[in-house]
Design a protein around this ligand. Sequence first.
Ligand code: GLN
Length: 284
Amino acid sequence: MKTVKDVFEQFKIGLADVYDPQESEAIILLILSDLLNTSKAKLKAFPETEIGFPQAEKLTSILQELKTGKPVQYILGHTEFYGLNFKVSPAVLIPRPETEELVQWIIETVKQSESPVINILDIGTGSGCIPISLKHNLLNINAFGIDISTDALEIAKQNAESNKANVNFIEADILNFPGDIALPKFDIIVSNPPYVTLEDKNKMHTNVTDFEPHTALFVPEDDPLIFYKVIADFAKTNLSSNGLIFFEINESFGTETIELLRERSFRNIELRQDMSGRDRMIKA
Ligand code: GLN
């Protein structure tokens, strides 16, 4: 019978062309802990643990899928974000740790705020990870999420339900926002819009560019900040007078994003780095 240790060997060899050894190890741990319903620490502590036949067979088919470059989160069908479990499919961007940092910043800000924060809107919500984790941690808010994609919103709604978070989802294109959708004034508008340029694309891992939704990632070459401009303009009518905007940004466009916010009369603009030290988030 195969052991945990054998699977590590099998996967490390099998994935050598797709991932570096550290990435492979993280992926194997994720898969084994999910499949065997055990902790990563236990897997490491007991490498001689035996793996039954159906699971061993499943692991072989997972390995074949991983070799194509398909992200492990899509193979497992779920991922963790801000301590919650989220269903993911190729219809939604896989939630990233940088976005957890953005959520953390919003939660801190709301908890410290002197005026009440009630209505929060996330634009381009995808899996719904932002409004759902905010609602989970800030019970008094009304959370809203907009997305252009019907398929993404279907996943977002399932995630809201499984995480027992009440979120209002609206299907709309922010670049052509319909005038007849009634919205409250928002105290916070947040967005992690598409921000990857063609130049960045060429440097990215193909397991992102070949598998994740392009509408969630890529921006037009001639106007890479289009979403930021449109959202800042949208905020002029839809954000309350002391409201806040939070953005996740492309690390190369910090200065330009600050500038476009300034031009639109935003004040108290703050830029923050992510855990890798890259300019990644703005609050204004
Ligand atoms: N951070 C994502 C990536 O680099 C991009 C997310 C986005 O475009 N909003 O894969």
